[in-house]
Design a protein around this ligand. Structure first.
Ligand code: ZN
Length: 682
């Protein structure tokens, strides 16, 4: 591993942060923390921590020796001085004289000695940083170092690899006891550059930021060299089906299995994140995958996000999805049963009885296909997938030089159910449509974009589809989600867009079939091609989109909501507007047909009838022309309804959101037109 230290960059950090009122120690601490945090082979998602011992001035103007140590909730990759809260050093160091210290007391004394009482909680490894004497201390869960230490004889291998440059600390869970033990081991050989924490990670330290950082790089490089030497080839591949099912077919099945039935049509859904590359396939296709993938996570910190182990599924054979579904269900059931048994085995020895966390897997391995991260949001699913990829790398290398082994199941339990680790996950109430994926067609238009924002505000993950990819992307600007180009009149294009959606998020729960365009012409004279063109977009495309969505919803087995943008033309035709109104009337019937045919599967179908909205259908020129034809000004034309209020795209979006949440409503039409009695449904 190469050092990314640069004197120029270091000076830039000092210039920037000293200008902002920080001292140069903190500036350099930010710099090398980011160097570590920017490398996923060193630090992933809140793993790892750093500190610097420096002097700060308190309110009275007195100089105080402090430890600036990574705060909970911050990531090393983008840390700021605010993420390195300053704790008075002397009171922390005095704690080492105690024989024991409870977690509650440890947190309390750490918080009680913050210079800024509003700062985040200092890291759970703060005392280890405090008890060691060095100015700069770096801690990572380096992939290469875990590969050499996650072995039955890891201490022997590390002694060979690192010689007397590194101290050796047997596994103890983080907290006071580990801090004390690490400090004692350090004092026995005070010339070491750092400490290997077996089956956990590595600490390096030094007088300067550069020294501590480069000792980390040196230690990792030694481990990497060991992994290249005397390597056996891994893994021998198992026999796979001739043809493996697609991600698009498999993902919704898994998403359904990962959902919990809350009863009465309510589901606790999960979001998926698919990954595949040659390293992942080599790992999941291995003949012995059921051994090395089921031992446990590579460092205990991962356990709080991806549980002890992934669920291992059979290779999904194309054309035999029913057999796969059955086997996958059995595997999910067994995983949960095993998780409950694991909880029952270890809960009784806890001082305070714990409440079991949900027993769903957070990673699924599929020979022939790849892996899925599983989470309550796209973000947590991506974190799970990142950690899973990191486990694949670490375990592959561990197996290449020996046999992978991690800490004991009991040690993993202690971390998973440690209150201080659980605090990393954060809590908070979920929004009403959290964990649901909504696909919106015509997302680039005014109504589509407003609908994307309205669903994102309710917590849904948005997939914006539009014939114009740039327009689709602008619809999700600032709200996250995904955007794909999709011509809804092209069935293959619709299939592809939903397949992408399945790979990104696992499936779809709500579809807003909104894309449309207006054609006009007197029905007795209109060209046949115009009428057929309009039917393609304003009727058949709705059917293509709904059918593709229903297939996914059926595979998930957790119901769903189909929402259609029909039009007042469907019930209140206007002169010369037949080419638009006729397919919209057919689409209104389509809504009812879906409600009838798929209600038993929990799939609801509803529509919004909107009128006079500034959108792609009604652009400024058309508004001006129509207002002129009626001899009124534009504002009066747009507000020409019973309420005398112009109807906005947001009003239509809110109606779609309402219908998505209306769990007991299907085959309904909501009119959003400010009041037009001729278009009122009867
Ligand atoms: Zn750690």
């Amino acid at each position: 591993m190469d050092s990314r230290w640069s004197d120029t960059e270091a000076q830039q950090y000092i210039a920037r942060y000293v200008d902002a009122g920080e001292n140069s120690d903190v500036a350099l601490r930010v710099y090398t923390s980011r160097l570590l945090g920017g490398n996923p082979r060193l630090v992933l998602h809140g793993g790892g921590n750093t500190s610097v011992k420096t002097v700060q001035t308190d309110l009275l103007g007195d100089s105080v020796d402090v430890l600036c140590v990574k705060g909970s909730g911050w990531d090393l990759g983008d840390i700021e001085p605010a993420g390195l809260p300053a704790v008075r050093l002397a009171p922390l160091q005095r704690l080492e004289a105690l024989n024991s210290l409870s977690d509650e007391d440890m947190v309390n004394v750490q918080r009680g000695n913050l210079l800024d009482s509003t700062a985040p909680n200092p890291s759970v490894e703060t005392l280890l940083h405090a008890f060691l004497p060095h100015k700069f201390i770096d801690h990572t869960h380096s992939t290469a170092i875990l590969s050499v230490s996650d072995q039955p004889d890891g201490e022997v291998i590390c002694a060979e690899v690192f010689g007397d440059t590194m101290g050796s600390v047997p596994y103890i869970m983080p907290g006071f006891a580990l801090a004390k033990s690490a400090a004692q081991i350090y004092r026995q050989s005070p010339d070491v550059d750092g400490l290997i924490l077996h089956k956990h990670g590595v600490f390096t330290f030094g007088d300067s930021a550069q020294e501590a950082y480069e000792r980390m790089i040196d230690a990792v490089t030694l481990a990497e060299q060991r992994l290249q030497a005397g390597r056996k080839s891994v893994f021998v591949s198992t026999a796979l089906p001739q043809s493996v099912a697609s991600v698009a077919d498999v993902a919704p099945v898994l998403r359904g299995l990962a959902a919990s039935d809350l009863g009465a049509g309510q589901w606790r859904r999960m979001v998926l994140d698919f990954r595949a590359n040659s390293a992942i396939l080599n790992y999941v296709n291995g003949e012995a995958v059921s051994r090395y993938s089921q031992i446990g996570v590579v460092t205990p910190d991962h356990n709080i996000r991806i549980k002890n182990m992934p669920v291992l599924l059979p290779a999904p054979e194309a054309g035999r999805l029913d057999a796969f579904c059955e086997a996958a269900r059995a595997a999910f059931d067994a995983f949960q049963e095993n998780y409950r048994a694991y909880f029952e085995r270890h809960n009784p020895r806890q001082k305070m009885p714990k409440t079991m966390l949900d027993p769903m897997p957070r990673v699924a391995l599929l020979p022939g296909l790849g892996l899925f991260g599983i989470g309550d949001s796209p973000k947590t699913a991506a974190i799970a997938a990142d950690l899973a990829e990191n486990n694949v790398e670490t375990i592959t290398d561990a197996e290449a030089i020996g046999t992978y082994e991690c800490v004991s199941e009991g040690d993993l339990f202690d971390i998973e159910y440690w209150s201080l680790e659980q605090a990393k996950l954060g809590k908070g109430t979920e929004k009403p449509l959290a964990r649901q994926v909504v696909a919106i067609t015509g997302a680039g238009g005014a109504i589509g974009a407003a609908t994307a924002r309205a669903f994102a505000n309710e917590g849904a993950t948005v997939v914006a589809l539009d014939v114009d990819r740039t327009a689709a992307q602008s619809a999700i600007a600032g709200i996250g989600g995904a955007a794909f180009a999709c011509d809804v009149t092209d069935a293959a294009c619709v299939e592809a867009a939903f397949a992408e959606t399945c790979a990104w998020f696992g499936g779809v729960d709500i579809v807003v079939s909104n894309a449309g365009a207006a054609w006009s012409g007197r029905i007795g004279d209109v060209d046949d091609t115009i009428l057929r063109q309009s039917f393609e977009l304003n009727f058949f495309a709705h059917q293509t989109v709904a059918q593709a969505a229903v297939r996914i919803m059926q595979a998930q087995g957790t119901g769903g909501a189909l929402l259609f943008n029909t039009s007042k033309q469907a019930v209140n035709p206007g002169p010369d507007f037949g080419p638009y109104g006729l397919p919209k009337a057919a689409t209104l019937s389509l809504v009812r047909q879906y409600a009838i045919d798929h209600g038993a599967e929990g799939i609801r179908a509803n529509a919004v009838n909107a009128d006079r909205i500034r959108s792609g259908l009604l652009d400024d020129n058309m508004i001006a022309a129509r207002a002129e034809a009626r001899g009124v000004n534009e504002a009066d034309y747009m507000a020409g309804n019973l309420l005398h209020r112009e109807v906005r795209a947001k009003d239509v979006a809110d109606a779609f959101v309402y219908l998505a949440k209306a769990e007991r409503t299907t085959a309904a039409v909501i009119t959003v037109d400010g009041g037009n009695i001729a278009a009122a449904l009867r």
